[in-house]
Write a protein that binds this ligand. Structure first.
Ligand code: G1P
Length: 287
């Protein structure tokens, strides 16, 4: 069985919904309580057994690479002051994980961003995590999906049921047959209208993909909103070797949206061992 060791994290978007904050700070480094969104994703990847992160950035966001570079000055500052807990947090960023940065020169869509990672991934299955999507659960969403991979060795996307008025924001699957949380997919549509949507099951940004995905992406023409869409490549997989969708366990937050980002902060705050109880009390008083 082929083990999945690498994850591609596309982080090339401009984050315009968060301007002016995202003008200088990439939205992937915005904090959820006390962790950058990107770090939450990396920790989830590590929990799923991933050993290499391939981060796809735009030329404007090359500063994201700074997050992963050593900072001896900061480390000796913390060491001199005996702040071991903070030093550990800084060192943990790159422990047990290798980070490769790939540049996407032009914003041609999610599928195109993933294609930029082709050489770095090579001829092996890989995971994709869209950092805006956060899933809070004791067993990381990607780890749950690895169990599906071990059993089926087929490409797989995380899905959840969403209300009709939000379905147009997502890639949506058509289910051929299901077994518990696993669905066999025979059709996928990127950002359908509520009327066109083949189901209410929307893709959340976690995927496990075979290396053939790159060959399919290379053949694609621009799809929805004029961009090369990853969902269209998944359609190619569904039509050939087969494709699965997995209804994960956990609460999903779209941290790429102002409301979703705020709700994620409150939810992660409530689950936080140090501030959770106090936050619960403050929220009760506020409301
Ligand atoms: C992307 C995918 C879409 C998926 C969504 C999940 O869309 O294209 O299929 O449902 O992520 O967050 P985006 O959010 O980049 O518009």
């Amino acid at each position: 069985m082929k083990k999945i060791n690498k994850v591609v994290i596309p982080a090339a978007g401009l984050g315009t919904r968060f301007l002016p904050a995202s003008k200088v700070v990439p939205k992937e480094l915005f904090t959820i309580v006390d962790q950058p969104i990107l770090q939450i994703n990396i920790d989830e990847a590590k929990e799923a057994g991933i050993t290499e992160v391939i981060l796809v950035v735009s030329p404007r966001k090359s500063s994201l690479a700074d997050y992963f570079s050593d900072d001896p000055e900061l480390e000796s500052y913390l060491e001199e002051r005996g702040q071991q807990d903070l030093l550990d947090k800084v060192k943990a960023i790159t422990s047990q994980i290798r980070v490769t940065i790939v540049i996407q020169e032009e914003p041609k869509g999610l599928g195109h961003a993933i294609l930029m990672a082709k050489a770095a991934v090579g001829d092996e299955p890989f995971a994709v995590m869209l950092p805006d999507d956060l899933v809070l659960h004791p067993v990381a969403c990607l780890r749950q999906m690895m169990s599906v991979w071990q059993e089926h060795q087929l490409g797989c996307a995380a899905v959840r049921a969403v209300p009709e008025d939000r379905i147009h924001r997502y890639g949506v699957i058509k289910v051929e047959r299901s077994h518990e949380r696993i669905h066999y997919v025979n059709h996928l549509v990127e950002k359908p209208s509520a009327v066109e949507a083949p189901s209410n099951l929307a893709i959340v940004g976690r995927y496990l993909l075979p290396p053939q995905t790159f060959a399919i992406l290379e053949q694609l023409n621009p799809g929805a909103i004029g961009e090369i869409q990853l969902t269209d490549a998944l359609q190619g997989l569904a039509a050939s070797e087969g494709f699965l969708a997995y209804e994960f366990e956990g609460d999903h937050f779209d941290a790429g949206d102002r409301l979703g980002f705020t709700v994620a902060n409150v939810s992660y705050g409530l689950a936080h061992p140090e501030i959770g109880d106090e936050l619960r009390q403050v929220l009760k008083e506020l409301i």
